[in-house]
Ligand binder design. Structure first.
Ligand code: NA7
Length: 550
């Protein structure tokens, strides 16, 4: 049955492309498509641009990637020259200021409709157009739907008994309020979760709160951020020869400016290894320890164990109370969960006003009106912070749940696995493109750079379709299976799939397990280019039926 949008809906506006999301990915897609003369509208439910960086304004939030002039748009030398990054690991307000600067500099605001959520999208097969519904009740139509919805934007609050009964202040780190200042002073605060956001916010909250209780389910490895003022000499060098720096980022596995080592951990003596780790630890940041120490940390268990033990030793020496130190010791393969970077996390547990609850030994029974009851007793709280993460990578798009061919919704298409072709398109969802979708490098590659490269591919694909009078494009039957095999083969060369994490979907009850990240880095982007050069190999198309149908 052909899927034709109902005639009763009143379509208020028509676009060549609608972009969902006004974060790094959405803003770039809007810009680059508009540059080609396309009529584009972007929507975001937030009151400002910034996407993930708009919402994740929790205390201590910082870029955990090699930051400064490297976690930003790379396509424009002007943007690189005009924005000054004060710190090596920029904080959330700086990243948001940057994205607002870009929105103004590229004059994007006129084509972004804020405070407007996309509530549904249906592909009208006859018209070869998406009909899109907004939270304001409007319906717009577009030939192309670009979903830049964020890999970490569908927040997750675990279904703990009594979760809604807490009567004090309650926040999720991924939906931190923008309209009020959250005050910790004099309050008893609880944080559930010790991922990036729990670990980054813990030292900041502890400094002000009367008392902080950290509820930890899985201890984490975290490395010092080593934040410091931006190295101005490095900035000058990057600005003087930006194409050289961009080229390095385009050719390294995670899109970082740190040139990866080729040395394997077993090539060094134990003393040499300790000195190598120590130097990276002192420098701080994720790049030095994961990219420049040894090349096999994420592929060789022995190499991984050596680094893990080095970090465990750091925890033992940072935390004065041996019993608390023991509870903080992680045991999973280091960096196979999202590697965290901190500013004094372990040392925070030396403070008198901080308490660690190890949920493996003392599980949560329920959340009450005034605290959290664990097996050993009740923790009285004035404020409860959920640092419990996201339905990552796939959750936000499933919430919108676009309906493609035959009106079948995405949740049905993705019921057994999150299938895609190239991590950019989905079978039976014609003319729909994803930025940072499942089976693309998304969260394990420099995300602004990855968004740019995917945005460029989408732009070129659309221009190709227009040039050849093509009305719709979608993956050919079966190419998604071949793609899934390729993603899996690359992942299985690494240690990542051996650990339960949000990369594999294990943090969400009922979500099927699938390591949904393509670990190929530059090889992935080369594959994208190759497919385009071969005339969009693996896709099927239909000629444009009638422009008037739009
Ligand atoms: P994460 O990294 O998903 O962390 C979520 C944390 O919440 C993690 O420690 C979880 O423990 C914990 N969690 C989840 N459910 C529960 C329940 N039911 N009880 C106790 N603890 C729970 O999210 P973040 O927001 O910190 O970071 C996400 C990314 O955002 C981050 O990588 C940065 O890139 C920015 P678990 O490990 O599952 O046992």
């Amino acid at each position: 049955m052909a899927n034709t949008a109902t005639a009763t809906r009143h379509v208020t506006e028509q676009f060549d492309a609608v972009v969902i999301g006004a974060g790094f990915g959405g803003m770039y897609a809007l810009h680059t498509l508009r540059e080609q003369g396309l009529n584009v509208r972007a929507y975001d439910e937030a009151s400002g641009v910034g996407g993930t960086w708009y919402w994740n304004r929790y205390p201590g939030a910082r870029v955990d990637y090699p930051g400064g002039p490297f976690y930003c748009y790379t396509f424009s030398e002007d943007l690189i020259k005009e924005f000054d990054w004060p710190e090596k690991q920029p904080d959330q307000p700086t990243v948001l200021r940057y994205l607002n600067f870009v929105a103004d500099r590229l004059d994007l605001r006129g084509d972004i409709e804020l405070e407007t959520r996309i509530t549904g999208a249906v592909f009208d097969e006859a018209a070869q157009r998406w009909e899109i519904e907004t939270s304001k009740g409007t319906h717009v139509r577009a030939q192309f739907l670009v979903c830049a919805v964020g890999a970490l934007s569908a927040t997750h609050i675990p279904p703990i008994p009594g979760v809604d009964s807490f009567k004090g202040e309650r926040y999720h780190t991924g939906r931190w309020p923008n309209d009020k200042k959250v005050v910790f002073k004099g309050k008893r605060v609880g944080i559930i979760g010790t991922g990036s956001s729990g670990i980054q916010s813990t030292p900041v909250v502890a400094r002000d709160a009367a008392h902080l209780t950290v509820f930890q389910r899985t201890p984490q490895y975290t490395v010092p951020a080593g934040n410091c003022p931006t190295d101005q000499a490095l900035v000058a060098e990057a600005r003087a020869d930006w194409s050289k720096f961009r080229h390095i980022m385009l050719t390294t596995p995670i899109g970082a400016p740190d040139v990866p080592t080729t040395v394997r951990a077993c090539e060094h003596t134990p003393e040499q290894r300790r000195d190598t780790y120590e130097a990276a630890w002192r420098k701080g940041g994720l790049g030095p320890i994961l990219v420049t120490t040894y090349c096999d940390i994420l592929t060789d268990k022995q190499s991984n164990d050596w680094l893990a033990e080095f970090v465990r030793d750091k925890i033992r020496s940072a935390v004065q109370n041996p019993e608390i130190a023991r509870k903080l010791l992680p045991s999973y393969l280091i960096a196979t969960k999202r590697q965290v970077m901190d500013e004094g996390y372990y040392e925070t547990f030396n403070r008198d006003n901080v308490n660690l609850v190890d949920l493996r030994e003392d599980p949560i029974i329920e959340i009450t009106a005034d605290g959290v009851r664990t097996q050993s007793g009740h923790h009285w709280l004035d404020m409860l912070i959920f640092a419990t993460g996201f339905d990552a990578i796939t959750g936000a798009l499933q919430k919108i749940n676009p309906r493609g061919r035959s009106g079948v919704p995405l949740t049905e298409r993705w019921a057994a696995r999150f299938n895609s072709y190239l991590g950019v398109t989905i079978p039976n969802m014609p003319n729909l493109f994803m930025i940072h979708g499942p089976e693309s490098p998304c969260v394990l590659f420099n995300m602004p750079l990855g968004a740019e490269l995917q945005g460029d591919w989408i732009r070129e694909c659309i221009l190709h379709l227009r040039k050849h009078g093509i009305g719709s494009i979608e993956p050919a039957p079966g190419v998604d299976l071949a793609w899934a095999k390729e993603v899996e083969e690359v992942a299985n060369l690494s240690l990542f799939p051996r650990t339960e994490s949000w990369y594999t979907g294990s943090n969400i009850a009922g979500k099927h397990r699938q390591f949904a990240v393509h670990l190929g880095g530059p090889a992935y982007f080369a594959r994208l280019r190759e497919v385009a050069e071969r005339g969009y190999e693996g896709f099927i198309t239909e000629p444009e039926r009638s422009v008037a149908a739009a």
